[in-house]
Design a protein around this ligand. Structure first.
Ligand code: SIN
Ligand code: MN
Length: 290
């Protein structure tokens, strides 16, 4: 899949591209069917919502689940990102976000690159976020919200919020959000939400400011978030465990376009469990050395 000059210009202007229904319902179904068993596992890689059993985020399924290992190498997802970043890519982070019916909590306003820079020492913003919907996304089940063009501001001030939700995040304060929304058009396009059927894909810039509200509807909003980073821009610090911020910088090799519908062989290095090293951080290393 090659992006047109119009799409490249729209990405530069808005900071995102939306591809409604890019994956077929059969492809999406194979992925979605694998989620309950993954969410059922009692492992560190499943982060649950505050005060609830509902999974907020499952990390690194591409290392232990066949359907998601195939998705991580899918040409419809990888090739446009490679085109935009102009370089081989590795997987920096892989999440299946639940945003479960009635229980899915908010994601405060943030830029992903803020976290990758502050926590992981990723040198520049040359990394891309990809969202793939495994459920239909409607105005009611906590859709992503973007401030179009906010990526042009580069990295903005953020503070480390470790209490609002169950997952620590570098978040942007309300005054700056109000300013960015006003500059993006205020009530006329200053906030947008790409809505669409399961199988839709969004590519969004790592500095695009985004958030999502809680899901009070009776419909899950499971989405996969793949964060692809240019190989030369790999992270320089391992402060977060490896299941959250990956340390294997091997370039992604794509599988055939129909890989989600047949048993393409994939490597599953964590299929028998995470290695103990995946839980260790550079802070543990420093403690051991001291
Ligand atoms: C994210 O920003 O990483 C997740 C947002 C969401 O799932 O709504
Ligand atoms: Mn994010």
């Amino acid at each position: 899949m090659k992006l047109s000059p119009e799409q490249l210009a729209a990405f530069d202007r808005d900071g995102y591209l939306f591809f409604p229904g890019l994956f077929s319902s059969e492809e999406t179904k194979r992925l979605n069917e694998a989620v309950p068993e993954l969410y059922g596992r009692r492992e560190a890689f499943n982060v649950r919502e505050k005060g609830s059993e509902a999974v907020r985020t499952n990390f690194a399924a591409h290392l232990y689940s066949e359907p998601f290992a195939r998705l991580a190498r899918h040409p419809r997802m990888v090739e446009p990102v490679r085109q935009l970043l102009g370089e081989a890519l590795y997987m920096h982070q892989f999440k299946i976000n639940g945003k479960m019916a009635f229980e899915g909590d908010v994601w405060q306003w943030h830029q992903d690159y803020g976290t990758w820079k502050n926590d992981d020492l990723m040198p520049t913003e040359r990394a891309m976020n990809v969202a793939i919907f495994l459920d239909d996304v409607t105005p009611f089940n906590g859709p992503l919200m973007f401030i179009p063009g906010s990526h042009k501001r580069g990295v903005v001030d953020a503070k480390h919020d470790v209490s609002t939700t169950s997952y620590p995040l570098w978040t942007v304060d309300n005054a700056l959000i109000a300013q960015l929304v006003e500059r993006a058009g205020g009530k006329h396009g200053g906030i947008v939400s790409p809505l669409g059927p399961a199988g839709s894909m969004i590519l969004f810039h790592s500095c695009l400011v985004h958030a999502s509200g809680s899901n009070l509807s009776p419909w899950n909003r499971v989405s996969v978030y793949l964060s692809l980073c240019a190989v030369s821009n790999h992270i320089r610090r391992f402060k977060r465990p490896e299941y959250i911020a990956h340390r294997d910088f091997t370039p992604i090799d794509c599988l055939p376009d129909d890989c989600l519908l047949r048993d393409c062989a994939v490597d599953l290095p964590w299929k028998d469990g995470m290695p103990p090293s995946a839980l260790e951080t550079s802070i543990d290393e420093a403690r051991k050395a001291a």
